[in-house]
Each structure stands twice: as structure tokens, then as C-alpha cells.
Design a binder for this molecule. Structure first.
Ligand SMILES: *Cc1c(COP(=O)(O)O)cnc(C)c1O
Length: 387
């Protein structure tokens, strides 16, 4: 070859690559096939890089094991996983039953995009008995979507009973399993068809990468999810797949710490005079505690509390006084975060009066005594406004 061609086709290294503990961050659009017959043999070969290479495959295998799935698909974000899974199983004329406490962007996707393609979304009260939810399933109902605990207000759903009711009616069940991180709750083992999570949160664990996953236990459902990813052309970066895999290694120890500290903070808040209620399913006596104990292997660091009624500005004063808790959306990283939830509750169909302002906390990996001291400062700022 001429020098110009040799720049493109240099000789291979003399030694085979060393084998490391972690997979290679293999980057590539083009995949080289061994012979002409392999070019169109999608069954035996990866023929193009879009669906993932070494780090992606390692992550998918690990997530299959975590979720007890036959297959897992990766998506560029948690929202993309929710949208992708719904698009893969629904068609025009179908009705979707959606938990009223679902993550707000899930709702936006249903009301805006699914509606445009002729799929009707009916919201159901997540505190309804499973038999009452079953009564909502009509001939058009193709799928039911669960989120347990519910976003912001932490209602625990009876996941196995709802999955069972759906199965009897020939309705597919899907769940947003981000709170359980695939580790604290095993929806597929409880009879749910598709378990979705935002890996962005606890699996990533460091607030620095987006990704979502959808896991299925039935090969036919898995094939539909896969076709959906292929048709929509979704792809995730090898570096991000690697970051998620690294997060998985410490998921258990981090969740134990998030869970313990979260309960300490929740317990402290429940004894405070300014607090009307703490919405944390792992707190004894909380709504849904029995079902949580039956189905979940533990708690993460995300919960909410209700402040006693106060003049406008009191909740803002509390949040503004916090120094360790950052003010920001998302959760699942090492850092503690707080938001007020009230503006997000307005879109709900079954609006509950919590009797005061709802504040959501993500308890991170800091020392819980520091977090409690920070909240103490916040509560005094709140009292100063409340009088
Ligand atoms: C954050 C979140 C998502 C979406 O994840 P992104 O990666 O940010 O798109 C989905 N569901 C729940 C419950 C979430 O908290």
C-alpha cells in the first residue's frame, strides 16, 4: 500500500489486547464482517454499531440479570425508555390506563404525542383497589402503566395484584421502576410485563449521564421493544453505557446508605412541629407501608413531606435557607436535593389536598446529622415567615 493508504490501514498491533476487569469502550458505527454471507446475517452477527457494542452488551446482560428479564433495551434517557416502550406496544385506537401520579413528562408524552397517534390515555387513581382498576379496563384497553411509589407523593401500588388483574383481561402491564432501581423491586417476578427505569438516577448514581432501560420477561414483548428501538433509531454512547455499568457495581451499597439516611431524616421530620405528614413508604405507619414491606427489598433516599399551612413564601424561605441540599430536579446521585412539588401537582386528575405545601427530598450520601442540621436551619426560616 502507498503511504496515504497505510495511514488508514496500519498494520495491527503485534500483541492481542490485554483483558481488563471492565469491558472495552468500543466505539464504532461500522462493524467489519468476516465474509460476504455475514453482511446480511443479523441473526448471528452485529452488523452495525447503532444497537450497541461491547460495553452496551455487558450493560444489557447485567441489567437482564438485575431485572430477571429475557431481554433489556437501552434508550438515550428515562423518558425515551418510557416513550419507546409505550410506542412499541400501543397502536391507534388503543386505550392506555396511566397512574395519575406518574412522572410528569410521562403524562406529557401521553397527552401530546400518543394522543396525536390515536391512543387515548385514561388516568386512574393509584390508591384504587386493584379490582376497581380492573373495572376500568374495557375492550379498547391495551396496556396499564404503573409507577410505584408515585412521583412526588409516594403512593405504593399493589404491583402483583394489578399485574394479575391486567393479565386476566389480556392487558399488558408496564411499570416505571426508577425508585426501586431494578434492585429494591423486581416487577417482572411479580408478574409485570415491562419494567422501565431511568438509569440516569440510581444506576448511574453520579448525576452525570442520561440513559433509560426497558426489561421484558416474555420473548414476544421483548421482540416488540427491540423493533421499536431499531425503528426509531435510538442509540446510546459507549462511554455512557460504561458509566452505567460502573454505577451498577456499587448500586447495592449506595442504596443501603441512601435508604438508612433517608429513614433517619424522615423519622426526624415526622417529629417536627412544622411538619404535617411525611410521605415515605418505609416509615412504619405510613400509607402503603405493609405492601411496601411485602414487595420491596428496601428503600432509596427519595421521599416527601407536607408542611403545615403557612403564608406564601414560607416554603421558598425554607428551600432558600438550605446549604447542603441543592435545589434541583433529578435524584439518585450522591448529593442531596430538595424541590417544592406544588406546581407539578396541578396537572393531576385526582388531586388530593395534602393540607399544606409538599416538599420532596433526595437524601444523598452525606452524613445524615449534617442533613438534619441543614433542614433545621430551613425550618427556622420557614417559622420566621409563618410567625
Ligand atoms: C427522572 C425520571 C424519569 C426520566 O429520566 P430521564 O433520564 O431524566 O429522562 C422517569 N421516571 C422517573 C420516575 C423519574 O424520576
Amino acid at each position: 500500500m502507498k503511504p496515504v493508504s497505510r495511514l488508514i490501514h496500519p498494520p495491527p498491533p503485534a500483541q492481542a489486547p490485554a483483558r481488563t476487569v471492565n469491558p472495552v469502550i468500543q466505539k464504532g458505527s461500522t462493524v467489519l464482517l468476516p465474509d460476504a454471507a455475514a453482511l446480511y446475517d443479523d441473526e448471528s452477527y452485529v452488523t452495525y454499531g447503532r444497537t450497541g457494542l461491547e460495553a452496551h452488551e455487558a450493560l444489557k446482560a447485567a441489567l437482564c440479570d438485575l431485572e430477571k428479564a429475557v431481554a433489556v433495551e437501552l434508550y438515550p434517557s428515562g423518558v425515551a425508555a418510557i416513550a419507546g416502550a409505550l410506542l412499541a406496544v400501543l397502536q391507534a385506537g388503543d386505550e392506555l390506563l396511566m397512574a395519575d401520579t406518574a412522572y410528569k413528562p410521562t403524562r406529557r408524552f401521553c397527552d401530546r404525542t400518543l394522543a396525536r397517534f390515536g391512543v387515548r390515555t385514561r388516568y386512574y387513581d393509584p390508591t384504587l383497589a386493584p379490582e376497581a382498576v380492573a373495572e376500568l379496563m374495557g375492550p379498547q384497553t391495551r396496556a396499564i402503566f404503573l409507577e410505584s411509589p408515585g412521583s412526588l407523593s409516594f403512593e405504593i401500588q399493589d404491583v402483583p395484584a394489578l399485574a394479575d388483574q391486567a393479565r386476566r383481561k389480556g392487558v399488558l402491564s408496564l411499570i416505571d421502576n426508577t425508585w426501586g432501581a431494578g434492585h429494591l423491586l423486581k416487577p417482572l417476578e411479580l408478574g409485570v410485563d415491562v419494567s422501565i427505569q431511568a438509569l440516569t438516577k440510581y444506576v448511574g448514581g453520579h448525576s452525570d449521564a442520561f440513559m433509560g432501560s426497558a426489561a421484558a420477561r416474555d420473548p414476544e414483548v421483548a421482540a416488540r421493544l427491540h423493533a421499536g428501538v431499531v425503528d426509531l433509531g435510538w442509540s446510546v454512547a459507549a462511554e455512557d453505557a460504561y458509566a452505567m455499568l460502573r454505577g451498577l457495581r456499587t448500586l447495592d451499597v449506595r442504596l443501603v446508605r441512601h435508604g438508612q439516611s433517608g429513614l433517619e431524616v424522615a423519622g426526624w421530620l415526622s417529629g417536627r412541629d412544622e411538619v404535617a405528614a411525611v410521605l415515605h413508604p418505609a416509615l412504619p405507619g405510613a400509607p402503603g407501608h405493609g405492601v411496601w414491606k411485602r414487595d420491596y427489598g428496601g428503600a432509596c433516599g427519595l421521599f416527601a413531606f407536607v408542611l403545615k399551612p403557612a403564608p406564601t413564601g414560607a416554603t421558598g424561605a425554607l428551600l432558600d435557607a438550605l446549604e447542603i441540599f441543592g435545589l434541583g430536579f433529578s435524584w439518585g446521585g450522591y448529593e442531596s436535593l430538595a424541590i417544592d412539588c406544588d406546581p407539578q401537582l396541578k396537572v393531576r386528575s385526582f388531586r388530593k389536598d395534602y393540607g399544606g405545601s409538599l416538599v420532596r427530598l433526595h437524601v444523598g450520601l452525606e452524613d445524615s446529622a449534617d442533613l438534619i442540621a441543614d433542614l433545621e436551619t430551613g425550618l427556622s426560616a420557614y417559622r420566621a415567615v409563618r410567625g
